[in-house]
Design a protein around this ligand. Structure first.
Ligand SMILES: [Zn+2]
Length: 121
């Protein structure tokens, strides 16, 4: 079975993290929840079969292939996104400022695969 998890966002839209790829929830029909790669230039998809679109007990089917490599620094990036969100919830700094500060703390390769500032919120 494919290993997947969810990255919660403060706007309530979880991203599906699957095999090193991050996908956005697109739509749901009944207990089928359709996800598409967060990269706009990639047709990669996945379908989650579960009661809710962020149900970790569901089953995931990989759909269309991604046109890029999985992000092997995904854990580092996800960790960082979590830290950014936590900090943003309690900080008076602008989210963009917090993102920029954190971006300086990861290596250049990881910084490249970070979602854009706007994708984080
Ligand atoms: Zn992709």
């Amino acid at each position: 079975m494919d290993d997947f998890s969810f990255v919660p966002s403060i706007r309530g839209k979880s991203k599906l993290a699957l095999n090193g790829f991050l996908c956005r929830h697109q739509r749901s029909r009944g207990e089928n929840h359709y996800f598409r790669c967060e990269r706009n230039d990639c047709p990669g998809t996945a379908t989650l079969r579960a009661v809710n679109y962020n149900d970790t007990n569901g089953k995931v089917d990989v759909g269309k292939s991604h046109v890029h490599e999985a992000d092997d620094r995904r854990d580092q990036v996800l960790q960082m996104i979590g830290n950014i969100r936590k900090e943003a919830a309690t900080s008076s700094l602008l989210p963009m400022t917090i993102v920029q500060q954190h971006r300086q703390n990861v290596d250049a390769e990881a910084a490249k695969i970070l979602p854009s500032e706007s994708a984080l919120w």
